[in-house]
Write a protein of this length. Sequence first.
Length: 553
Amino acid sequence: MADNTADYLIVGSGSAGSVLANRLSENGKYSVTVLEHGGTDAGPFIQMPAALSYPMNMSRYDWGYQSRPEPALGGRVMACPRGKVIGGSSSINGMVYVRGNAADFDHWAESGASGWSYADVLPYYLKMESSHGGQSGGWRGSDGPLHVTRGPRTNPLFHAFVQAGVEAGYEATDDYNGEQQEGFGPMEQTVWRGRRWSTANAYLRPALKRPNVNMQRAFVRKVVFEGKRAVGVEVMQRGKIKILRAAREVILSASSINSPKLLMLSGVGDEAHLREHGIEVVANRPGVGQNLQDHLEFYFQVECKQPITLYSKLNLWSKGLIGAQWLFLKSGLGASNQFESAAFIRSDAGVPYPDIQYHFLPVAIRYDGKSAAEAHGFQMHVGPMRSDSRGTVSLSSANPDDAPEILFNYMSTDKDWSDFRKCIRLTRELLQQDAFKPYAGPAIAPADDLQTDQQLDDFIRQHVESAYHPCGTCRMGAESDAASVVNADCQVIGVDGLRVVDCSVFPRITNGNLNAPTIVTAEKAADAILGKSPLPPSDLQPWRSQNWRTSQR
């Protein structure tokens, strides 16, 4: 392949870009170049599952984005890690695998993303998965590139959490990625044979063995247009600015932060905002950078009455032993992300499908690993799934080197606050069940004496954290909708030869972690790019509570 041209230029090697590199090249007809600003994903910080807190805090692997001061959170500046490494955010995430609820995708289709209902995307989930331990009966894939496994769940706290949910009257589900998401059960992870199974490992490395695929390290500055057609990208490469050309299409898979930034730098976005920064307008799409969504959560931390938590493994000696076992055998505590039980529940009667997610962890520690409780404890990450709050990504300047302005506008509605108070009170009820009696001591945070709405709101304001699921900033929808950025084939509306394929196209955030829905988006988009007919829709009917109108559980 010529050094400066390819049929397809893919910007970003992350959860979507790696998938596209594989699928667009597998028939051998087309040349594909993947452009990645970050470096290698080799080494234990990324490949060892239990080391997940390290890469997201290392500037070597993370773009290091932060929000502007968030008005409803007392002006807190919130971290927004995005992967700057081969594999993108799939190389720095928590490896939790959640497809999303069937109703999430039905909502996409109803809101203008035609052909993206659950029946439409389920065949692509089957295509992409190799499920180990998931439900049978056609709900899970068995021979796809993405291995999905379950942790060993040897710690009794994982089972106490699920049993407490059942005792409190909730459903049990053995596979929240199968027929029934709602309930308590085992959590799934993108880990295979003890290693992080990122999209770089699952998709990109096999693709790079083909003669028609290459990857170049480059900082993409903008898309290059001839008239209304995208013909390539301008990059900084080894200290020089150059143009790389695409014979067929340019595809942005650069994240929900960098994809809208690149569109705006290239002249696609809100006309007034672009002119404010002296950028020539190619297409006036006011939805670019709008519709920013995320999941917020807090860590409900509890003292453990028995010395069975991972607290005893946080010393240097134990970490060394865990690391050695992983390094030589790819086994032991290092081979799991430690999120091995989960739950999806509804917050109230009248809520048709789950809107609260739990991750259970047998240690009391910040997700980023920066501080741990000073004793044995455990925690539940808990938060609402479908906030109505919307934020923005905008340009801070016309200089590609400058970070964009990010404002999530977290907790901007009354419902956000009431939803989080429900999370606290429902979790406290869970801890009162018999299954937790041998283990649950006093609450570490929020303290038991915080009872009034005001007290809980003060705690939430200070302690709520991002779950690192930003999405929605290049929304997919009908071409007649001015707020849509891409159509149902992920083509940027108003120009030719340009698509966006990553979680920025989500019309609304899905239930749970976003890696799996991002991968399935790329799988389905690949068929559209190649002009192939979509896979036939599934006729399987997902489970939904029969009494959701009248009962919370």
